[in-house]
Write a protein that binds this ligand. Structure first.
Ligand SMILES: [Zn+2]
Ligand SMILES: [Zn+2]
Length: 242
């Protein structure tokens, strides 16, 4: 865990350096769509993906030719599995670094619209990120009054959602969801949904501050096991097959 964290931190530092050096140049090159999702990752320019990906690969000593990277990027976009785990994690971190840039660019031009949306108590219907189109990873309860939002780990965007319910399938009946928590992880609950057999974490940002959501997810893996266990046992009791 310690080792994994060190590697992860090194890669993130490289992303920050790249953003400082190259961010303003690439921000100009990115061309978001007019309607959401404004910038799905499949539309990221290949040049920007390869540039950052290569830098990250270099940090952990993965040396791969440009043509292999290009091929792998096309496979990834076509939803094909990437077999090299190191190459894949560098790609994912690179994509997130680019998505954060594209989000900053989109927020610049559409700031008023997003602010109005955040204030509006009628929440958005979709669980897909309006910026990058990825499914929300977490729900978060935001200060000061615990307004519930969805959080996208790819681009870092947050947008309002319904006050209760499963963020995977949209069911709102409280009896369908079971909240599990642990004293070890204050401010985090894992919500297991009986209706769809999936689970997700809900973070109360009034009780904890999160510097890095991806790492927060890894750090709280015991909650995933608890949710999986609950879903297995519950499926047994109710005779459902997952
Ligand atoms: Zn996003
Ligand atoms: Zn569900």
């Amino acid at each position: 865990m310690e080792q994994a964290y060190q590697t992860y931190s090194l890669l993130n530092e490289e992303v920050k350096r790249w953003q400082d050096e190259r961010g303003s140049f690439w921000m100009e090159e990115l061309s978001p769509a007019e309607t959401p999702p404004y910038y799905p990752l499949v539309d990221f320019p290949e040049m920007v993906v390869l540039e950052l990906w290569k830098r990250l690969n270099r940090v952990i000593g993965v040396l791969v030719s440009e043509s292999v990277l290009r091929g792998t990027w096309n496979e990834f976009k076509a939803d094909q599995p990437v077999s090299d785990p190191e190459l894949l994690s560098c790609l994912q971190i690179a994509l997130s670094g680019i998505a954060h840039l594209s989000r900053a660019r989109i927020m610049e031009t559409k700031k008023d619209m997003f602010n109005a949306q955040l204030q509006d108590s009628d929440e958005a219907e979709s669980t897909g990120c309006p910026i990058c189109g990825e499914d929300a990873a977490f729900s978060v309860l935001t200060p000061p009054n615990g307004k519930r939002c969805l959080h996208c780990t790819l681009c870092g965007h947050e947008w309002p959602t319904t006050r209760v319910g499963c963020i995977r399938c949209g069911r709102e009946e409280a009896s369908e969801q079971n909240y599990l928590n642990s004293v070890e992880f204050p401010g985090i609950e894992v919500v297991a949904c009986e209706a769809c057999g999936q689970y997700f974490k809900e973070l109360d940002l009034r009780l904890l501050s999160v510097a890095d959501y991806i790492w927060e997810d890894v750090r709280t893996l015991p909650l995933n096991y608890a949710a999986e266990q609950w879903l297995v046992e519950h499926a047994k009791v109710s005779g459902k097959v997952q």
